[in-house]
Design a protein. Structure first.
Length: 760
């Protein structure tokens, strides 16, 4: 039997069934107006109008506005309902309703009876609805999602069913529990696996089958064992197998993120499968220490990363896998090897994609440990005990996760539980965390860094408790704190993009863990004042176009890839060239303006060369980078002519007809030579034919008053972004782009359905 055929057979025989409930919901805002159809993932706040500072000038509308942090969107409740008729064969089985997350808090009802909900919607939860369903009849599932009050978050959360919803069915008598597998590796060749399951069947033992397959689907280990237990102990947490030797195992690394799959099956006495689960994992070793920072598979690796919120530009909080993947690929292209999930768990799909692409993750659970900053529905002390296990068990098998972070900027908050600057709460959470994973260290991100605000002389008490000393922005204290406490290992958990370069080369790169630049992509919320709808200090705009400073980041993060990039400082007759080479020559209209050296000995100037008095006047500018006298990189800028047409470019190579996959299309105004015309700002209108729909538009302008959910958008810097969502039937899709200034453009696309070969 071939590997593919065997996988298919296993999927057919397995008793666990997962049914997506992402489609066919009805929605209305604040329980008003008519119901309308929506599909999950869905962020209802992206559809709301901007709420500006009515009657105030731009100078008056600063961060003091209560909605500035929340993206100038009104707080609201989203009402969802779904009619669901369970199949007759589900009768007599265990039925679980699974939510991967609901923002910001939520209540769930079945047939008008409350059956559960969430007090902190960034983590998932499940509800056993076995005894609540009316089988063979119409059932009504209702969700009320609440964004809470403006002060309940320091950023734009979004609102609603922003992640997957599923129905999972298993046998009632023998089944795996939630996130049941715990997979650990040792020495990059040995693997141990534990599982949690429930056995209500007769007998004092359970037969368990284990299979490990490599990335190509080849079985590298299989075995069947018997787990013995007392009949009265129905819930089992059992070590299935210890130190399985996978000789010649391939390691997971940032450049070669190789993954294996472990499949565990619960067997009945006749050999049939009662339940089955599969988890991906990787062989890798991680180590932290004050003398080297971080080692992956035995070698020093510097975390070159970013930290930011979970939202996805014009899509808001809706966790589309394609949009997440697009960002990860873009960041990796610019040298990023690390992401900190500030300040809450991202989606499970995000972690899987980091596993796939070799991104090292600092996985963070909370912002501040207060009721105000963790949903606001109930006191923080009443719900963290549920969220820590859910978060850890969900992500603990992913090789990309290298460090747990329990919170952010919290040690000076006077509302902290126990009033001891977070010490007791940290110890409590860490103790619970290590019950579920003992293979990773634990930290919190601290800011401001001090014990005494008047002297700023010592690190905070919490820094003496955490396994890694994570400071936001305060890298300048690493040397002094390290001399006082030689055991400390330092990580710049947030670094300013404004001080980019200085805060990178200002650290001892041989000894620190690394850094995460805050907000590399502009995002909704945390506005510094109307009309800005959000953060605008990123190195990519909110439509994912790189700003010039993105190339400074790339020069830092990819020192072995020669780079030079020209950035023009508007109206100042100044040019900056970003480079990691030794020298740069600047040439204007064929005439050399000389060479300048890269001041590599100066952290404040390194990789940035300033050129004064460059009379551009629409000419042609070229920068040539040299190592020694050898040219190693070039960048050319040339003034564009008048815009004469639109160019529409699909940015994704595949588009699956699964009802969720996205197609991003870049629209540009170009001149007769195909050069983008940055001054073009014409209005565009979009229409779609076929089984797909337009879900968002953007142009990168954080100050724009135009809606993100619309069929029109102005160009900005000569560009706009259109995002389409596929339907569930393979289809020809036609996007028509019209404008009063240009001929219309018709773009023909095709959605397809991937061949189903089963999965482990």
């Amino acid at each position: 039997m071939t590997a593919v055929a065997m996988l298919t057979a296993v999927c057919v025989s397995a008793q666990r069934q997962c049914e997506s409930l992402n489609f066919g919901w009805e929605f209305r805002l604040n329980d008003e107006g008519d119901w309308r159809k929506v599909d999950v993932p869905h962020d209802f706040q992206t559809e709301q109008s901007w709420v500006g500072p009515e009657g105030k000038s731009a100078a008056q509308s600063s961060v003091r506005s209560p909605l500035a942090a929340r993206g100038f969107k009104a707080m609201a409740k989203g009402y969802y309902r779904l009619h669901y008729t369970p199949r007759e064969e589900m009768r007599g089985r265990r039925v679980i309703l699974d939510f991967e997350g609901i923002l910001y808090t939520a209540d769930v009802y079945l047939n008008h009876k409350r059956i559960g909900g969430t007090d902190y919607g960034y983590v998932g939860f499940e509800i056993d609805i076995t005894d609540h369903l009316a089988y063979g009849e119409d059932n009504l599932i209702e969700v009320v999602a609440d964004t809470r009050q403006p002060e309940n978050s320091r950023w734009y959360t979004g609102g609603g069913l922003f992640r997957n919803v599923s129905i999972i069915t298993t046998p009632r008598d023998l089944f795996f529990n939630r996130h049941p597998l715990y997979i650990t590796t040792r020495d990059n060749r040995y693997v141990s696996i534990s599982a949690e399951f429930t056995n209500y069947a007769k007998g004092r033992s359970t037969r368990v089958a284990l299979q490990i397959a490599d990335a190509e689907g080849n079985t590298v280990f299989s075995d069947t064992m018997t787990v013995r237990h007392h009949r009265v102990t129905r819930h089992q947490e059992a070590r299935i197998s210890t130190d399985i030797d996978i000789a010649g195992a391939r390691t997971w690394d940032i450049d070669t993120p190789y993954l294996y799959n472990a499949t565990v099956r619960l067997l009945r006495d006749d050999g049939t499968i009662a339940d089955e689960v599969t988890e991906a994992f990787g062989f890798r070793t991680i180590e932290f220490g004050p003398d080297f920072g971080f080692r992956l598979n035995g070698r020093k690796v510097l975390l070159k990363g970013c930290a930011g919120h979970h939202t996805l530009g014009a899509l808001g909080a809706a966790a589309y896998p394609k949009a997440i993947e697009k960002r990860i690929r873009l960041l990796k292209q610019f040298g990023v090897n690390h992401i900190r999930t500030s300040h809450n768990p991202y989606s499970r799909e995000f972690i899987r994609l980091c596993d796939k692409y070799g991104i090292l993750v600092v996985d963070e659970l909370y912002d501040r440990w207060t009721r105000q900053h963790t949903g606001g529905k109930v006191p923080f002390e009443q719900h963290w005990q549920e969220e820590v296990p859910e978060w850890v068990k969900r992500d603990r098998n992913s090789p990309s996760v290298i460090l747990w972070s329990l919170g952010n900027e919290l040690q000076q908050d006077p509302n902290m539980p126990f009033n001891d600057f977070g010490i007791t709460m940290y110890r409590l959470q860490k103790t619970l965390l290590q019950r579920y994973d003992s293979t990773r260290l634990v930290t919190v991100a601290m800011h401001p860094r001090y014990r005494n605000w008047q002297t700023d002389s010592l690190p905070p008490d919490l820094a003496l408790e955490t396994d890694i000393q994570s400071y936001n922005y305060r890298y300048m204290y690493f040397p002094g704190d390290g001399r006082r406490y030689p055991w400390m290992t330092f990580y710049q958990s947030e670094a300013s993009t404004v001080a980019m370069g200085t805060n990178f080369f200002g650290m001892d790169l041989d000894k620190v863990v690394g850094l995460a630049y805050w907000g590399p992509v502009d995002y909704l919320g945390e506005s510094e004042g109307w009309p800005a709808k959000g953060w605008s200090q990123g190195v990519f705009d909110i439509a994912l176009e790189p700003k010039p400073k993105a190339y400074l980041m790339r020069s830092l993060f990819k020192p072995d890839e020669p780079l030079v990039h020209i950035a023009v400082i508007e109206s100042k007759q100044q040019v900056v060239t970003y480079t990691n080479a030794d020298e740069v020559e600047l040439i204007l209209d064929g005439k050399s303006l000389g060479r300048q050296s890269n001041a590599k000995a100066n952290p404040r100037q390194r990789n940035r060369i300033l050129w004064e008095g460059v009379a551009l006047d629409g000419g042609r500018l070229e920068a040539i980078a040299y190592n020694g006298n050898q040219p190693v990189a070039r960048h050319r800028m040339e003034a564009a002519g008048r815009a004469v047409r639109l160019r529409v470019t699909p940015e994704d190579t595949e588009w699956e007809a699964d009802g969720t996959d996205l197609m991003h299309l870049r629209v540009e105004a170009v001149d007769s030579k195909g050069r983008r015309v940055a001054v073009a700002d014409d209005m565009l209108r979009f229409s779609v034919e076929g089984d797909a729909r337009l879900v968002a538009v953007s142009n990168g302008d954080i100050n724009s008053h135009e809606p993100d959910v619309a069929s029109h958008r102005h160009l900005w810097n000569g560009s706009a972004l259109v995002i389409l969502r596929s339907g569930r039937s393979p289809s020809k899709v036609i996007l028509k782009t019209a404008s009063d200034a240009y001929k219309p453009v018709t773009t023909v696309l095709q959605t397809s359905r991937k061949a189903a070969v089963g999965s482990f």
